[in-house]
Ligand binder design. Structure first.
Ligand SMILES: Nc1nc2c(c(=O)[nH]1)N=C([C@H](O)[C@@H](O)CO)CN2
Length: 117
């Protein structure tokens, strides 16, 4: 299966378990891979036959900006559900990086895969 991806998608949101985190916005960075057969779009040169990564990006940015989850686990699962259910993506891999959450670590976060390739 082919992959359509979004790399380094930066979004500010309320996320975290501590009191001080509930009143500020922090940056999360998403890398998203979505399985999709691109051959019909390539043959027709028509956006109607592919997964429009601009539409996907707009939806995910709007959702994350409006969210106020405590755990990155909850946020990443909800993002996966949107991609699987609203965009009919059969398989998705998401890397959620909450950079800076651990002062001694360059990167902190979660990687999930959902669905079938
Ligand atoms: N597995 C997780 N561990 C932690 C989370 C989390 O969402 N999932 N969150 C925090 C704090 O919010 C942290 O990011 C603040 O630095 C700690 N551990």
């Amino acid at each position: 299966m082919d992959i359509i991806f979004l790399g380094g998608l930066e979004i500010d949101t309320v996320i975290g378990i501590y009191d001080w985190e509930r009143s500020i916005k922090q940056k999360i960075i998403l890398d998203i891979e979505m399985a999709f057969d691109i051959r019909k779009a390539a043959a027709t040169d028509d956006i109607a036959y592919t997964l429009d990564y601009k539409t996907v990006s707009d939806r995910i940015v709007a959702f994350v900006e409006a969210s106020e989850f405590y755990l990155v686990e909850t946020l990443i699962e909800e993002i996966a559900k949107i991609l699987l259910n609203e965009f009919s993506v059969p398989w998705v891999k998401i890397v959620l990086n909450k950079k800076g959450a651990i002062s001694r670590a360059r990167d902190v976060g979660i990687i999930i895969e959902r669905g079938q390739k």
